[in-house]
Write a protein that binds this ligand. Structure first.
Ligand SMILES: [Zn+2]
Length: 92
């Protein structure tokens, strides 16, 4: 009975991930569904793409960190905003 795989990770130092909405700490695997329009699809047909992620199993909320990068950016502004980008000036 000592043949079990050992994992040398001290979980007492690992951070718990909790639901950002309700604080629950258990999650279940769910699928995000993305619809790819026929124009963008390589097959020329509309495609449904399932993306596995994790949702709080108490309230169903999906933490941002579980979302694919492409779906996170909506309410967080991008880190770099080109506000003082050098501009070409024509005045002399
Ligand atoms: Zn929750």
């Amino acid at each position: 009975m000592s043949q079990q795989q050992q994992i040398n990770v001290d979980l007492s130092n690992a951070q718990d991930i909790v639901c950002e909405n309700c604080g629950n700490y258990t999650f279940e695997e769910v699928l995000l569904m993305k619809k790819l329009s026929a124009l963008l699809s390589p097959t020329g047909k509309e495609a449904i793409i399932p993306i596995p992620t994790f949702a709080c199993n108490a309230c169903g909320f999906i933490n941002k960190q579980f979302l694919p990068a492409a779906m996170r950016g909506e309410d967080t502004p991008p880190a770099e905003e080109p506000t003082d980008k050098p501009q070409l000036k024509l005045e002399q």
